[in-house]
Write a protein that binds this ligand. Structure first.
Ligand code: ZN
Length: 598
């Protein structure tokens, strides 16, 4: 990984208050001297995720997640340490100074960086085409017919991919991107995936929608066909790339995050144009899943921002199927699901353009809970008149009711359905089982619990004292025989503490240091009691260190001596062990004389 200079890391840590950073992702509630929220790393109903402003750290009592502001950004954004530092540096306007790092991580980082740059160039090129080129006239007409003004097109950086097999590829090559990089971005494709086959532009004669991550960086594209009679797919999306995982992104989230948090409700539109229309008309708490149904991962992202989801899908059959396919992921993540009933033949976009934003807002406001909605639809169709219809309705709804996380709510919903259908609750109860096709396979993994290292008390104390007291750290760092790594489990961690150039007794520097550690070491340190200083720290550390050092050297000597007593050793091996014993004995004497000097 390219290393970032330690003092840069420290500056970044100082400039990013953990409450502000975490609070920019989802709302935190005050709890005593700290702050609290539902944990974003595991599923829960009552908040066990705590953020401590004094220590500049967070900890979840439910799943054990915890650490500094860097660790949070790494885990929340799925970034490596360096990218997390960059992100926070960018947030605080601090320039990042890098040192060289391991070749493998460098390469991965470089690939991401190049692909982001490539997407930014491509997006600007598509956008320029849309605004300026004669070819794009039909695209401009189309957007105009959908009420998209030039300002709106600029704000969303909409674009146009010309009807050419190679114009984009030539442009990107001119910008010094290699054929391999272009292929990796998914913007080119080739026949039969033959590497030698000629590659061509994936998106042709389409209106282009850049897909952005939460931070507004373009990571993929969605292209909509212009000719409604065209035989090709209406929408084409980028394939999965090192930047883009389909089931993870929510279109519009980079813009609507704030509005979602304020409203606690997310209005889910099917298509990008619906979303843009709603957003621009003033209804800003909107998002669109990529594809038609929600994945578990998207639902988990969403439940960090809102409690309720209003599905605003077309009233046609496909739209209603998307509703039922989205349900399991949403209900399982504890979201209340409402369904807006759009007038027949309308989508949010056409409704807003035809009848105005108020009409759309009214449809959203009158959205009904999914179960009420489903009963209403079945009732409208006359499907609840006879026992067979009632039975079929009960069988259809039972598995969804079973997915409601809140028990009280689940039972209340079941009761209501029974009342509406006129069936006994005892008859409905056996149907409350998740359907087979809603198996746990597509559920997210629970956050893995990282176990701390088990440290002997001596090492644990040395780590703690070195972190809290600079003079103790300096003294320990000067002791080179034995090396910290010879002191047993935790020795490597101690070594890292002693070698760090940061002022670890300062909270922000410690946070920076912690984030560079592997998770097990990080959690080990976060469990050390670092809130209070220790009197006579240096003296205590010296006593501990001499004790540990003497034990380590004696163990080394005794183990070599024990091996020497074995029969059948080659003379070579015997000599080696003998010199180990002599060496260890010398080092013990040396240690004793140093002890007398202290
Ligand atoms: Zn948790």
């Amino acid at each position: 990984m390219p290393r970032i200079a330690e003092d840069t890391i420290q500056r970044v840590a100082e400039a990013n208050d953990i409450i502000e950073v975490i609070g920019s992702y989802f709302p935190l509630k005050r709890a005593g001297t700290g702050w609290r929220a539902l944990c974003p790393f595991h599923r829960e109903k009552s908040p066990s995720f705590h953020v401590n402003p004094q220590r500049q750290s967070y900890h979840c009592f439910g799943c054990g997640a915890g650490g500094s502001v860097f660790r949070f950004v790494m885990d929340y954004e799925h970034l490596d340490f360096v990218s997390a530092v960059r992100r926070l540096a960018q947030r605080a306007g601090i320039p990042v100074i890098e040192e060289a790092g391991s070749p493998d991580d460098d390469r991965r980082h470089e690939v991401r960086k190049r692909l982001l740059a490539l997407h930014a160039e491509a997006s600007a090129w598509f956008h320029h085409n849309l605004l300026k080129t004669p070819d794009a006239q039909p695209a401009r007409d189309y957007l105009k017919s959908r009420g998209i003004t030039v300002e709106v097109a600029k704000s969303w950086q909409l674009g146009f991919a010309p009807d050419s097999w190679d114009a984009l590829l030539n442009f990107l090559r001119e910008k010094k991107f290699s054929a391999e990089e272009i292929a990796q971005s998914g913007l080119s494709a080739s026949k039969d995936d033959d590497e030698r086959g000629k590659s061509y532009a994936r998106f042709r004669n389409r209106v282009m929608f850049p897909i952005r991550n939460d931070y507004g960086e373009v990571i993929a594209f969605s292209g909509r066909v212009l000719d409604p009679e065209s035989k090709t797919a209406k929408y084409v999306n980028s394939p999965e790339t090192p930047l883009f995982t389909k089931g993870r992104v929510l279109y519009g989230l980079d813009k609507s995050k704030r509005a979602l948090i304020n409203a606690k409700v997310a209005i889910v539109c099917e298509g990008q144009l619906d979303l843009i229309s709603a957003y621009e008309s003033g209804v800003q708490n909107v998002i669109a899943p990529q594809g038609t149904a929600f994945t578990a991962e998207q639902a988990r992202v969403l439940q960090r921002f809102v409690e309720t989801v209003v599905l605003c899908f077309d009233s046609d059959r496909a739209g209603q199927e998307a509703v039922t396919r989205s349900l399991p992921a949403l209900l399982e993540n504890g979201l209340t699901v409402k369904v807006a009933r759009l007038p027949q033949g309308e989508d949010p976009d056409s409704l807003i353009r035809g009848k105005g934003p108020a009409a759309f807002a009214e449809v959203v406001a009158s959205a009904k809970n999914f179960f009420d909605h489903a009963l209403e639809i079945l009732g409208d169709k006359g499907n609840l008149e006879d026992p067979a219809g009632k039975s079929s309705a009960a069988r259809r709804l039972g598995p969804y009711v079973a997915l409601i996380k809140d028990r009280v709510l689940r039972e209340a919903t079941a009761k209501k359905i029974c009342a509406r259908l006129g069936i006994a609750e005892a008859a409905f109860a056996p149907l409350l089982k998740p359907a087979a096709n809603q198996s746990p396979s597509d559920r997210p993994e629970e956050a893995p619990q990282t176990k701390p290292l088990i440290l002997a008390e001596g090492i644990r104390q040395l780590c703690r004292l070195a972190l809290l007291h600079p003079e103790t750290k300096i003294w320990l760092a000067e002791q080179t025989s034995p090396q910290p790594s010879e002191l047993g489990e935790g020795g490597d961690l101690l070594k890292k503490i002693l070698q760090s150039a940061l002022s670890l007794h300062e909270t922000s520097a410690r946070a920076a240091f912690l984030s560079g550690l592997p998770p097990r070491e990080e959690i080990t340190v976060s469990l050390l009691d670092l809130d209070r200083a220790q009197e006579n720290a240096l003296q205590i550390a010296q006593n501990l260190w001499f004790g540990l050092a003497a034990t380590a050297l004696r163990n080394e000597r005794d183990s070599a001596a024990a091996q020497l007593r074995q029969a059948a050793l080659s003379s070579e091996e015997r000599n080696r062990l003998q010199s180990l014993v002599t060496e260890a004995s010398k080092r013990i004497l040396d240690l004793q004389s140093r002890l007398n000097e202290v």
